[in-house]
Design a protein around this ligand. Structure first.
Ligand SMILES: CC(C)(COP(=O)(O)OP(=O)(O)OC[C@H]1O[C@@H](n2cnc3c(N)ncnc32)[C@H](O)[C@@H]1OP(=O)(O)O)[C@@H](O)C(=O)NCCC(=O)NCCS
Length: 177
């Protein structure tokens, strides 16, 4: 049975709960948070709730998914990270994507890196997934830096077909014996 809760020094990664809907909706309404996601538009509370439902469906159907990330000190939802299928970019399938999104007040504290490192290790060591990419829009320097910190390397530059924006794909190197 796969465990679905991960503790790091300052964070807990866990499955989504009802109490996460309102803070997640607030994040998705913030233009700075959404700037480099799709066409950059913010999401309504209804769209944010539908997104959470789709994260949970992926856990059930695929056995991997995006974790809600809570700050241990406060118990508050501060973002998400984890593994999901990048359906929006068929050219990289069947690779799985590691991604993240955090609320603006939580930026600059190393939380995203701390959570992503734990989620990557969980994917590799507990789920046995090693074909992993990460994708960011040009300009999103913080995301590119996190990919480098995860040990990922440049794979390709391409276009997000859903919005026409330029993106770079990073890939986890495969280690052969
Ligand atoms: C991307 C995001 C999670 C980064 O959050 P964060 O709190 O800055 O992350 P961390 O503090 O863990 O690490 C960021 C790293 O990038 C660096 N960084 C921050 N801004 C940067 C920039 N503009 N250019 C280059 N590097 C940058 C930081 O110095 C840090 O590196 P370091 O640990 O070597 O010092 C956050 O900005 C976010 O949620 N953005 C909105 C959603 C989003 O864009 N998601 C990703 C889609 S690909």
């Amino acid at each position: 049975m796969t465990r679905h809760k991960i503790d790091t020094e300052r964070l807990q990664l866990r499955r989504w709960k009802h109490k996460h809907h309102a803070p997640f909706a607030a994040m998705c309404l913030d233009p700075e948070v959404m700037q480099y996601i799709g066409n950059g538009s913010t999401r309504t509370a209804e769209q944010a709730s539908r997104a959470i439902a789709s994260f949970e469906t992926e856990w059930v159907e695929k056995g991997h998914g995006l974790f809600a990330v809570e700050e241990k000190q406060t118990g508050n939802l501060i973002g998400f990270t984890g593994l999901s299928l990048p359906d929006f970019l068929p050219e990289v399938l069947p690779s799985v994507e590691i991604g993240w999104r955090f609320s603006k007040p939580s930026w600059g504290k190393g939380y995203a890196s701390e959570a992503a490192i734990a989620a990557l290790s969980f994917g590799i060591n507990e789920l046995g997934i090693t074909d992993i990419v990460s994708i960011y829009q040009i300009g999103n320097g913080a995301s590119a830096r996190i990919m480098q910190k995860l040990g990922m390397v440049f794979d390709r530059k391409t276009i997000d077909p859903t919005c026409g924006r330029e993106i770079e794909v990073y890939r986890l190197p495969q280690h052969c014996e």
